[in-house]
Design a protein around this ligand. Structure first.
Ligand SMILES: [Zn+2]
Length: 65
């Protein structure tokens, strides 16, 4: 589990926007950039270079256009 305080201060390194935490799949999503950041050993890998594209279908609760 990620530290609650850490989750509060973490922002997307690319857009500085809010993130969605999906710890069950060890991922942190940025809906604005449509990328995901991995969580490795409870450490978020918040590197733009390591971000992976997030397909629209994986954005939870944001269906539609
Ligand atoms: Zn972002």
């Amino acid at each position: 589990m990620l530290d609650e305080q850490l989750k509060k201060i973490l922002v997307c390194p690319r857009c500085r926007g809010d993130l969605e935490f999906h710890e069950d799949v060890q991922e942190i999503h940025c809906p604005a950039c449509r990328v995901l950041y991995a969580i490795e050993d409870d450490v978020p890998v918040m590197l733009v270079d390591e971000a992976k594209p997030l397909s629209a279908s994986r954005l939870q609760g944001r269906q539609g256009s």
